[in-house]
Design a protein around this ligand. Structure first.
Ligand code: PMP
Length: 298
């Protein structure tokens, strides 16, 4: 595979040529925002939604992105085209940029902007066919009044600690609860349960990232005739659900068939999950912004 060409502070360069300053506050303090975006069959999926979330996250952090959303969208499209990808995962990162060693963002005059498009396979295909095992972890999702979950920042330590617990337990993914003990998310995914044909996901107020895949799945489930609800649920509800699945840009829609050793439903991938996985793939591959719309590389 040839080396990826990335967008870095206004230029297209080989990935190996990217030089990020050791004084970059993204590196020193996790001060920055990002998006993970997918392209399917030469079209970028939900580009406007990702841009809206990126700029909203940046606004809260008072981080001024030195491009308009339209300009940056063009660069995203171009990153797929220039790397000759059809199906891709695009990582768009805007960090505070280089400053001095103190954490005051005012010492950073210029944000660092990086767009990297590559292929990704988060989980092996068998997990999509047969479902994966979940475990609950002791790490809690910080509540919204501590760390705003709507800001997709470079602060992923909690998720990483949860992933370490997953690794120690020998499961591919875990569920995090909030301080109230409600199930909220996976390490990088939103969570759904299905109970008596109702498709249920925790509400935004539970302290989740408002996932773009989550929103798409809620809309597709409604269109498929399922009842959809945003409701808090506990581990007990998860153990006793008929079905469970996770959603995220990288993971897409992935079934979970056990949690903490309890089979969910009959321990097999359920019919509602299968249906939603199929309609999601169909939808993702038939919508989105064509990569060809990007301006050519100067
Ligand atoms: N929750 C967290 C913590 C995440 O990092 C992600 C991945 N961006 C998601 C949920 C899923 O969001 P999306 O569907 O927008 O990728």
């Amino acid at each position: 595979m040839s080396e990826r060409i990335v967008f870095f502070n206004g230029n297209w360069v080989l990935a190996s040529q990217v030089r990020i300053s050791p004084f970059d506050h993204g590196f020193l303090y996790g001060d920055g925002v990002f998006e993970g975006i997918r392209a399917y069959a030469g079209r970028v999926f939900k580009l406007e939604d990702h841009m809206a979330r990126l700029y909203a996250s940046a606004k809260t952090l008072m981080l001024t992105i030195p491009y308009t959303p339209e300009e940056l969208s063009q660069k995203v499209l171009e990153s797929v085209r220039i790397n000759q990808l059809q199906d891709a995962y695009i990582r768009l990162v805007v960090s505070r940029g280089a400053g001095d060693l103190g954490l005051d963002p005012r010492s950073c005059p210029e944000p660092t902007v990086l767009i990297l498009a590559d292929q990704i396979q988060l989980y092996p295909e068998t997990f999509y066919q047969n479902g994966l095992a979940l475990a609950s972890v002791s790490i809690r999702r910080p509540s919204g009044d501590v760390l705003n979950p709507a800001v997709k920042s470079l602060n992923y330590l909690n998720n990483i600690l949860a992933k370490i617990e997953a690794n120690l337990r020998g499961v591919p993914e875990v569920v995090l609860m909030n301080a109230q003990g409600y199930v909220v998310e996976g390490t990088g995914d939103n969570i759904f349960i299905v109970r008596e044909n109702r498709v249920i996901t925790p509400p935004s107020s539970a302290g989740i990232l408002n996932g773009i895949t989550r929103k798409v799945i809620m809309e597709l489930a409604l269109a498929e005739g399922y009842r959809v609800a945003e409701e808090n649920f506990t581990l007990h509800d998860l153990y006793n659900a008929d079905e469970c699945f996770l959603t995220g840009t990288a993971a897409e829609v992935i079934p979970a068939v056990t949690c903490d050793g309890r089979p969910i439903g009959n321990g097999q991938v359920g019919p509602v999950t299968r249906r939603l996985m199929a309609v999601f793939q169909e939808f993702a591959r038939s919508t989105g912004t064509p990569v060809e719309q990007g301006t050519s590389v100067a």
